[in-house]
Design a protein around this ligand. Structure first.
Ligand code: HEC
Ligand code: HEC
Ligand code: HEC
Ligand code: HEC
Length: 393
């Protein structure tokens, strides 16, 4: 009997649908749960109770405090970018790199995506899942260097820089923070367009600049009302403009020499209360294990907890105050690491960082406070002094 190619093809297609599609969606959901992605990002298929969600609980808190006419006490992780809007337009390779080694893409959002222990295989699974509804856009002309200056003129005239930074370039639109508040989330969540050439496919970028809602109806970016020809000029400007010299990453050179005066735990605790106890006041390790890390039982809410350090699974303890083989107490080392990360991670407006893609993932523990702006250098010195003086009451 002659083989029937169409039937065979249909069978292959059916088999791959059954075998590949559901399995990868399942793998993706498992990875989303493992790393707690839904604690910050809204993910339709993974429900997280408000009590476990960083952004869910913080939003509720902000609403309650505003309702009582009080200023909100939380500022960070109240919102995170909507993955079904931001993620679906991004290139797969960019996502795979970003998930393993995130960088700050939004200069006006103070918090960054924390560096989670995401493996390369999981990053690939997550990237494909995030892009499952990636838009199909018409093929357009390849970006051309010849259009940079004409594109700059359009970009400046229509006021894209009201919301967007582009590396070190200054477009004369330096809105004060109060004015930005008025623009709401759109101004805070506008990416630094210096990265567009790495993040987006050129055709997706063009379609987006021409009509963002055609690419994703839920985007917060307003209509641009640009003609097709102007959109091409602007896209090419974003592609080839020199974003200015990268800011030299600040050397991380913290002064850890002990201070002359006596430091008490009360002063140290005030630092922990502000930035740490949130994730480190749970002796059951629940909150720290939620982001895919090995559970950390470290309790920084009391002197006993700080002295006890990390409780290991066999019940023994590991000190965070005694110098380890790096010659520093782990407590001080983690605070320094965050300064190092921030020197590369945090994009200040008009301080262009190094290209994100070229970075290699450091094989080092993550800095603390996880994903948040570093603790002031003077406070790190205070903590180092307290430890050197014997970590007393
Ligand atoms: C503690 C909160 C938090 C957790 C947990 C978290 N994220 Fe994020 N994520 C953020 C924030 C904040 C940003 C925006 C950072 C920026 O652009 O500066 C972000 C950005 C992203 C982006 C990039 C969007 C863009 O436009 O650049 C992707 C993709 C993403 N997260 C996916 C994930 C995935 C997948 C997980 C789980 C593995 C995860 N996130 C876990 C807070 C979080
Ligand atoms: C059950 C509710 C709840 C959950 C879940 C929660 N938080 Fe909070 N968070 C709070 C409250 C309440 C405060 C404010 C404390 C105060 O008033 O000083 C706070 C404050 C903070 C602060 C200090 C204030 C600021 O804006 O910098 C950080 C940082 C923080 N939370 C991070 C997180 C992260 C990261 C997660 C998820 C891993 C998370 N929180 C989950 C309730 C929550
Ligand atoms: C009111 C603020 C605002 C203005 C004005 C604005 N944008 Fe945006 N833009 C945004 C926001 C917010 C996003 C992220 C959208 C999202 O994820 O929903 C964005 C996303 C983009 C992206 C995708 C970038 C990436 O790396 O993911 C491009 C490209 C872009 N804008 C170009 C432009 C251009 C060109 C103009 C001027 C014609 C412009 N924008 C005007 C707010 C703005
Ligand atoms: C958003 C949650 C979060 C915040 C905020 C946070 N941590 Fe952590 N911390 C973690 C997680 C998760 C781990 C375990 C990850 C690891 O070991 O790399 C950890 C681990 C540590 C460790 C290492 C413990 C060990 O196993 O040796 C130290 C020390 C530490 N944190 C100190 C701090 C200090 C000090 C602050 C405040 C300045 C802080 N952390 C803020 C989540 C957080």
């Amino acid at each position: 009997m002659r083989p029937r190619p169409l039937v065979a093809l249909a069978l292959v297609a059916l088999a791959s649908l059954l075998a590949v599609a559901p399995a990868s969606a399942q793998d993706a959901r498992a990875a989303l749960r493992r790393y707690g992605c839904a604690s910050c990002h809204a993910v339709e298929s993974v429900r997280v109770s408000r009590g476990q969600s960083c952004t869910g609980c913080h939003q509720a808190l902000v609403e309650r405090q505003r309702g009582r006419g009080r200023a909100p006490t939380v500022r960070h992780y109240v919102n995170a970018p909507d993955l079904s809007v931001a993620g679906s337009r991004l290139r797969e390779e960019y996502l795979v790199a970003f998930l393993q080694d995130p960088h700050d893409a939004r200069p006006r959002l103070e918090e960054t995506m924390p560096r989670l222990p995401v493996t390369e295989a999981d990053a690939r699974i997550l990237a494909r899942w995030i892009r499952r509804d990636a838009p199909t856009v018409p093929a357009g002309p390849a970006p051309s260097r010849a259009n940079v200056e004409a594109g700059r003129a359009v970009f400046t005239r229509v006021g894209c820089a009201t919301c967007h930074e582009l590396g070190n370039l200054d477009f004369g639109r330096n809105l004060p923070p109060e004015a930005l508040m008025g623009l709401g989330r759109a101004a805070y969540e506008a990416p630094n367009l210096r990265f567009a050439r790495e993040r987006l496919d050129p055709d997706v970028a063009l379609a987006w600049i021409e009509d963002p809602r055609a690419v994703n109806p839920r985007t917060q970016m307003p209509e641009t009302n640009l003609s097709h020809a102007d959109a091409i000029l602007v896209r090419d400007f974003l592609w080839f403009v020199d974003p200015g010299a990268p800011a030299t990453p600040a050397r991380v050179n913290l002064d850890l020499s002990p201070m002359e005066r006596r430091v008490r735990f009360g002063e140290v605790r005030r630092i922990f209360d502000r930035s740490c106890i949130h994730c480190h006041a749970h002796t059951d390790g629940q909150s720290a294990s939620a982001l895919g890390f090995e559970p950390s039982s470290l309790d920084l809410s009391s002197l006993e907890g700080v002295r006890a350090g990390v409780t290991l699974p066999d019940g023994s303890h590991r000190s965070i105050l005694e110098a380890d083989d790096r010659g520093l107490p782990p407590l001080v080392y983690r605070l320094m690491r965050r300064h190092e990360e921030a020197a590369r991670d945090v994009t200040s407006p008009r301080a262009d960082p190094l290209a994100p893609i070229a970075r290699t993932r450091p094989d080092e523990p993550v800095g603390m406070p996880l994903g948040l702006p570093p603790v002031d250098a003077s406070d790190v010195r205070l903590i180092a002094t307290w430890i050197a003086q014997g970590a007393q009451e």
